[in-house]
Design a protein around this ligand. Structure first.
Ligand code: NAP
Length: 460
């Protein structure tokens, strides 16, 4: 059996792992998987989404590396689904295709002024500080941007707030590329204002991430009492969830704490709904919020009172959004490929034979990395049911025209694609580790950023 997994982030790698360990239907005696990835490197958001000062999460890479060293799983990087190959091409080579392309873009926020200069999406900023090859090398920090707003109280909002509030020197122990270190030296931010549109019991961030905001000697966390509302519904949420209780406890500790006089501050404001980014001469000069109040259901209503906050930059961290995939249906509102447990479903409700989804493209951009494991298990189970003629699920496909492994290599070659492989990643990995060791500020790794350089090193 031959399966392609498009996207070599955690979701795709877990799917490949589960599949190669699964009991196959009697029609197949073995399975091999090809992971097809747009980046020249594997690991998706672990490499290009996790903040550089979160090395613990990067430990997951060790487990993923073990999966990718399985000879039944191949990695093909620097291949873009939709440009370099489409569903029809994949169906010539594979019995089934699992899409695990995640969500990398920022969800739109439709408020006035959102397109002003100095208004940014968090996903773009994250891609920049994590050294993604496809974003500009320079981040447009303005010398006068001392106060900035972060919209949204999820873990991405906290990552962005923390990176903006830390000093460049503090981050020099991490794997940030040199261009990012240089950029951060021009970051003039002293005050980051994080805005929650609901109350303290409705935030999305997790307790550990909230606690560690305070670990930098250069940062005071200031929780503002206005809007710190805990209604009956919030109390129920606190009683019903250990995580909500812990988050509210940490917020209350911050609220009670006197600032230490650190040079930078992260302010957290509750019950403030962003309604307009204010501009002058095309640039951000402020943020207008409407004060909200809890309505007893976990939601809020506007009070009709507005506050203008003088900020010189705005980062919206209101969630990620997936790219539409060529040849597949797409649910614009949810930003996912419509599916039933992972089987891709056409607009007319029928299943698209041989096409599956897992991870954020399947269920939206929520949940931690580990959650994609159970997700992948469900998708793989359904896929194996479909290729088993004895289950009669009705979505069986005939075998692909060219199931031999080499047929895909020949296709890439005929298209002149500069594909990177697992061995290529091992070369780039060793190169980055060596750069870290020999750097003026020695550290575990320094990332290579330009795509052509990554590809050259991988293919050398
Ligand atoms: P998220 O957890 O869904 O948070 C999005 C935030 O944006 C929420 O506070 C939401 O408020 C707010 N929001 C949405 N629309 C808004 C609007 N129109 N105006 C104002 N606020 C708005 O998303 P995320 O932070 O992008 O994180 C995605 C996933 O990755 C999460 O599961 C997260 O835990 C995970 N992650 C984990 C880590 C880590 O473990 N360190 C790091 C990064 C990301 P409402 O709740 O009111 O909608």
């Amino acid at each position: 059996m031959r399966v392609a997994v498009v996207g070599a982030g955690p979701a795709g790698i877990y799917a490949a792992d589960i599949l190669t360990k699964a009991d196959l239907p009697s029609t197949f005696d073995s399975v091999t998987v090809d992971l097809i990835e747009r980046d020249p490197t594997p690991f998706g958001l672990i490499r290009y989404g996790v903040a550089p000062d979160h090395p613990r999460i990067k430990e997951i890479v060790k487990a993923l590396k073990r999966v990718l060293s399985n000879p039944d799983i191949r990695f093909f990087g620097n291949v873009s689904y939709g440009d370099d190959l489409k569903l029809d091409d994949l169906q010539r080579f594979y019995d089934a295709v699992i899409f695990a392309t995640g969500a990398r873009r920022d969800r739109d926020l439709d408020i006035e002024g959102i397109d002003l200069k100095g208004s940014f999406g968090a996903a773009d900023f994250v891609a920049w500080y994590d050294g993604h090859p496809d974003v500009d090398r320079d981040w447009p920090f303005e010398p006068n941007a001392t106060s900035v707003a972060v919209l949204g109280v999820g873990n991405v909002g906290l990552d962005v707030a923390r990176i903006l509030a830390k000093t460049a020197d503090e981050l020099l122990t991490t794997e940030i590329p040199d261009n990012v270190a240089d950029g951060l030296r021009r970051n003039a931010t002293t005050d980051v204002h994080v805005f929650a549109r609901r109350g303290p019991a409705q935030v999305k961030f997790t307790p550990m991430e909230l606690r560690e905001l305070n670990h930098s000697p250069n940062i005071d966390v200031v929780v503002h009492p206005e809007g710190f509302e805990l209604d009956e519904d919030s109390m129920d949420a606190i009683r019903g969830s250990k995580s909500v209780k812990l988050v509210v406890d940490v917020l209350q500790n911050y609220l009670a704490k006197e600032p230490s006089g650190a040079a930078h501050r992260i302010h957290i404001h509750f019950c403030q709904n962003p309604v307009e980014v204010l501009g002058e001469d095309g640039r951000v000069v402020g943020l207008r919020t409407e004060v909200t109040e809890l309505d007893g259901t976990g939601n809020v209503r506007g009070t009709g009172d507005f506050i203008d906050w003088p900020v010189q930059a705005v980062y919206r961290a209101i969630g990620y959004y997936s790219d539409n995939l060529a040849g597949l249906p797409f649910d614009l509102a949810g930003g996912v490929v419509p599916n039933d447990g992972g089987r891709v479903i056409n607009i007319d409700g029928s299943a698209l034979p041989g096409a599956y989804v897992t991870g954020w493209i399947k269920r939206g951009p929520v949940g931690l990395i580990g959650h994609t494991k159970s997700d992948a298990a469900q998708t793989v189970e359904l896929m194996l049911e479909d290729v088993d003629p004895s289950t009669g699920s009705g979505t069986e496909r005939s075998r692909p025209e060219q199931p031999e492994r080499e047929a895909v290599d020949a296709y890439f070659e005929s298209r002149g694609l500069e594909v990177t492989t697992w061995e290529g990643w091992e070369r780039l990995d060793a190169h980055e580790l060596a750069l870290g060791e020999s750097h003026a500020h020695p550290r575990e790794r320094v990332k290579v950023v330009p795509r052509d350089e990554m590809v050259r090193i991988s293919r050398s």
